[in-house]
Ligand binder design. Structure first.
Ligand code: 13P
Length: 251
């Protein structure tokens, strides 16, 4: 049985005071237990969220890391070694907002994935197709290419203990969620592709869904056999809403 994961991607939101308030509210809600619960604040606020969540079972992550795993001359970047040092457990790589707006390609994302793992962080590889790619038909080849880049660089064992987040770009921040069946079909295809290379890695791989996850649709999505939790954007900025999503992920 795979343990569900619900991670809140706070994206480029938050001020010192809002992060303090949200961290405190989440702390008081005593989330966790049967579900891994994580928050991914902007890099500036990771330390503050760590203080606010001290003693809670909510873990911390980051939204990106440098391809350079170690301390280095990379102005403005944050490396995996720094994220591990501040207490991060998780790091997103290849979020579509970075792929599309900052031009991050599959190979760069795969290198970030390995940089994260080399410092003991758990990478969450974000994959997903745009609306145009879905409408053009063969969108599976887009998603497969995003997964395959990691396998080409490091082999399928790199996915042992890692997480994949399927986030159809057309569902992010649009209020338009993939239907549970649409999401399940892609999750099953990802797991199937990994299983052709390693059944045991595929069986243990957590594949979470992201894209307009809310308290009102989470349970239906998480009930699907290959959906192992959620990567939540907008709704994770509201403690009540996020708490309800975490409860919906209980096995
Ligand atoms: P929304 O939940 O706001 O659609 O964002 C999803 C997302 O991009 C999480 O990484």
């Amino acid at each position: 049985m795979r343990r569900p994961l619900v991670a809140g991607n706070w994206k480029m939101n938050g001020t010192c005071s809002s992060v303090a308030a949200l961290s405190q509210q989440l702390h008081e809600m005593k989330l966790g237990g049967e579900v891994d619960v994580a928050v991914l604040p902007g890099a500036l606020h990771i330390g503050q969220a760590r203080e606010g969540l001290k003693g809670s079972s909510i873990s911390l992550g980051a939204q990106d890391c440098s391809v350079e795993p170690d301390f280095y001359a990379r102005t403005g970047e944050v490396c995996a070694a720094q994220l591990a040092d501040i207490g991060c457990v998780w790091v997103l790589v290849g979020h579509s907002e970075r792929r599309l707006m900052l031009g991050e390609g599959n190979e760069l994302v795969a290198r970030k994935f390995l940089a994260a793992q080399s410092k003991g962080l758990i990478p969450i590889l974000c994959v997903g197709e745009t609306l145009a790619q879905r409408e053009a038909g063969d969108f599976w080849s887009i998603i497969r290419g995003q997964v395959e880049a990691v396998v080409e660089l490091a082999g399928v064992p790199a996915f042992a203990g890692a997480v994949v987040a399927y986030e159809p770009v057309w569902a992010i921040g649009t209020g338009k969620t993939a239907s549970p069946d649409e999401a399940q079909a892609v999750h099953a295809a990802i797991r199937g592709w990994i299983a052709e290379r390693s059944e045991s890695v595929a069986a243990g791989l957590r594949i979470v869904y992201g894209g307009s996850v809310k308290a009102s649709n989470a349970a239906e999505l998480f009930a699907k056999p290959d959906i192992d939790g959620g990567l939540v954007g907008g709704a994770s900025l509201n403690a009540e809403e996020f708490g309800a999503i975490c409860r919906a992920a209980r096995i």
